[in-house]
Design a protein around this ligand. Sequence first.
Ligand SMILES: [Zn+2]
Ligand SMILES: [Zn+2]
Length: 326
Amino acid sequence: MRAMVLEAGRKELVARDFDAPRAGRGEIVLAVRACAVCRTDLHVVDGELDARRPLIPGHEIVGDVVERGEGARRFEVGARVGVGWLGRTCGACEHCTRGRENLCASPTFTGRDRDGGYAEFACVDERFAFALPERYDSLHAAPLLCAGAIGWRALRAAGDAERIGLWGFGASAHLVAQVARAEGRRVFAFTRPGDAAAAALARRLGCEWAGSSIELAPSELDAALIFAPVGELVPRALAQVARGGTVVCAGIHMSDLPSFPYSLLWGERCVRSIANLTRRDAEEFLTFAGDRSLAVEPVPYALADAQRALDDLRAGRVSGAAVLLP
Ligand SMILES: [Zn+2]
Ligand SMILES: [Zn+2]
């Protein structure tokens, strides 16, 4: 099979040919139809996150089951399933046993600890695969698996906040904005200065205001969700959040947070992160997405162009979600 690989000592993907993986016990092999490109992949390739090398990245995989390993019976051969970042958990640690498998002490992440979906085939643990809503074709379903599901978890962390600010209007924010609107919330989008395409997309998806990340929203906010990996945005967001409001940092990596006056945090404002997600998060979100048509904005790339997709994401040239089509 053809795959895009991150080799030791390199920061660029290279195309390689391998034998297709075989399913072990409890595993399934997928013929990959689509794999969305997440900002986390960029952090892996750039060396900001530790990852196995050599590695096939990619953790928003949609594929057809082509082989089932011993004991794997959840999905029929031919079924279309999705796989996200959470590749396997221990099931026994204090977090797993308390419904917080996203914080598992010894997790396996797809496209970090085991090979992911930047390939023609991928092998996954069937317990961490999901049935997908049929109303989305594979190109449109792939971004739901991390961008959408992480956005969902971040929004849940904001509680019942009515006025939501989104910093970084990319793959996650364009989906969470629609969820928040469907829940009757008001949404304000902060985009990279000069990114007219992202601002236009935000308005089209129901945000009542879209401006640059250095502007002030026309209204105080009840919560801020930060998807951009920029620590400076934390005090900027805090300054616009009302008393009792929450700033949620949704990315896996962020530049250092600058110091800021305590008065920004005073008033029971809260800053928290979102770490990974549980299977329940993904199932809840996929159910929500299956009940209505979310406007997913994919930008398709050929598998061989994976590096170009990452470069475009880094440079802010992707409006919506980049998706590889093996
Ligand atoms: Zn665990
Ligand atoms: Zn991701």
